[in-house]
Design a protein around this ligand. Structure first.
Ligand SMILES: O=C(O)Cc1cc(O)ccc1O
Ligand SMILES: [Fe+2]
Length: 461
């Protein structure tokens, strides 16, 4: 049995079998060879070891400053260029990023059952549904938010987005992400980031028989795709050199390859459209690679939360796991923030999220359990909310009243089985038809703040 973390979930950040072998360290310059000697002594020899083809994948412009430059050299059985003509795809309509509804209303959605809206068997890529977005991949500016369900592994089929890096947050179902650079096993409570342009297939994983191919399962989760920049660790400022998400806990794949000459379907998202082409062999044919442009996974239970130890409720930026900085210092294109299990011990402090209006937009979801300031029946795992820029929100009336009756100065520990997250963006989001009209939208949501009656007791100080 793999060891468990304090969410009682399998802990994939171990080097021990049966998990794939990983390399560790955020943004490191890695080397990996599935067969000894497959890495050539320099990037681009005329003849590579074992006759392999050399191919570079550039994640940043060639000329980016060294500390921002991202690229990986792959040594593969066939070059990716050996693919058939590309055609627009007409099947994956729910994945098109064309959100055009505008509303400042507070929105909430219930969990989408794994069989909907794609009735019957569907893979991760078939079950991705665009909820909201901003900007345009053509300008390399903006982002998209998706939810997904899946009950079938992607077999002989791969996906990549030419539009941006994708951060995937599983809520249900353990996946094996087969990528060009190797495998990452990602259970709920972990996240994975697949950089722009890297091909991957999403397969179900059975920890009891890790080597076998599992065709079916039940999975659900959330995705954030950013069209500019990439996910970085936030600066820590006066916190110091350690804390929040520590670089050593980010795990990267090691080379492992298929040498299969079967027909593959390659699906690509490009400028918001979906395109497909046939390959005549597996795209997962990289025998060795080196570089710093690679997918990675992270176990959220390893996040080291910081907080106030005397009074007041810090802003949720204190729980930022990853950020995509924008051109203005301190103004993120998107932040990925979690609300991890922790002790709350502030004195004379309203410890629930304060009532607020935020210039940023906040999309939230639940991975495990409940969220401290919301009705757990209506904001449980698989649910989501969107509080648009400047939309007033905070604890619902029932949570507020419950909290005000509690003995708040006693240190309290949130349950280890609770984990919510937020995608926070400086962009103004538009919503898709699906988001506005789905039967899973809970149109009664704004009424959760009814019952917060006026309070003013002039004789009380
Ligand atoms: O709206 C939310 O629940 C997220 C949130 C949490 C918090 O503790 C402070 C501000 C905030 O936006
Ligand atoms: Fe908020």
């Amino acid at each position: 049995m793999p060891p468990t973390n304090h969410f009682n979930m399998p802990r994939a950040s171990t080097r021990r079998p049966p998990w794939p072998v990983y390399q560790f360290g955020f943004g490191n310059e890695f080397t990996s060879e599935a067969i000894q000697g497959a890495l050539p002594p320099h990037n681009n020899p005329k003849r590579c070891p074992y006759g392999l083809y050399a191919e570079q994948i550039s994640g940043t412009a060639f000329t980016m400053p060294r500390h921002k430059n991202r690229r990986t050299w792959t040594y593969r059985i066939r070059p990716s260029a050996a693919q058939e003509n590309v055609f627009p795809d007409t099947q994956l309509a729910t994945l098109l990023t064309e959100p055009d509804h505008v509303t400042p209303e507070r929105l909430r959605w219930g969990p989408i059952p794994v069989t909907n809206p794609q009735e019957g068997p569907h893979t991760f890529v078939e079950g991705l549904i665009t909820i909201a977005g901003a900007g345009d991949p053509a300008d390399r500016n903006g982002l998209a938010i998706y939810t997904y369900t899946a009950n079938k592994s992607m077999i002989n089929c791969c996906f990549s987005s030419s539009d941006g890096d994708m951060l995937i947050v599983p809520e249900k179902g353990t996946f094996r992400f087969q990528t060009e650079l190797g495998d990452l096993v990602v259970p709920p409570g972990h996240i994975v980031v697949i950089p722009r342009g890297i091909r991957f297939a999403v397969k179900f994983f059975d920890q009891e028989s890790p080597g076998s191919t599992i065709y079916d399962g039940a999975a659900r989760g959330y995705v954030l795709e950013v069209y500019s920049g990439s996910f970085e660790l936030p600066n820590l400022g006066p916190i110091g050199a350690n804390g929040l998400a520590n670089p050593r806990d980010f795990r990267y794949p090691t080379a492992s390859f298929d040498d299969k000459t079967v027909e593959y379907l390659s699906i690509t998202k490009y400028q918001g459209g979906i395109f497909k082409c046939r390959l005549f062999s597996s795209p997962f044919d990289v025998v060795a690679w080196h570089g710093n442009y690679a997918p990675f996974a992270y176990d959220l239970s390893l996040f080291c939360p910081m907080n106030s130890v005397r009074f007041d409720h810090p802003d949720p930026s204190i729980f930022t796991v990853l950020t995509v900085p924008g051109p203005i210092e301190g103004l993120a294109v998107a932040d990925f923030v979690i609300f991890p299990p922790r002790w709350s011990s502030q004195e004379n402090t309203f410890r629930l999220p304060y009532f607020h209006r935020n210039c940023m937009s906040e999309y939230m979801g639940v991975i495990f359990g409940a969220y401290e300031a919301k009705d757990s029946q209506r904001f449980g795992p698989g649910c989501s909310t969107l509080h648009a820029a400047m939309a007033p929100h905070g604890p619902d009336a029932a949570s507020f009243k419950r909290y005000m009756r509690s003995l708040a100065d006693t240190p309290t520990r949130s349950s280890s089985n609770e984990l919510a997250f937020m995608f926070e963006t400086s962009k103004m989001l538009k919503l898709t038809d699906f988001a506005m009209t789905t039967e899973y939208r809970d149109t009664s949501y704004p009424s959760c703040w009814n019952g917060l009656e006026g309070k003013f007791e002039p004789n009380m100080r």
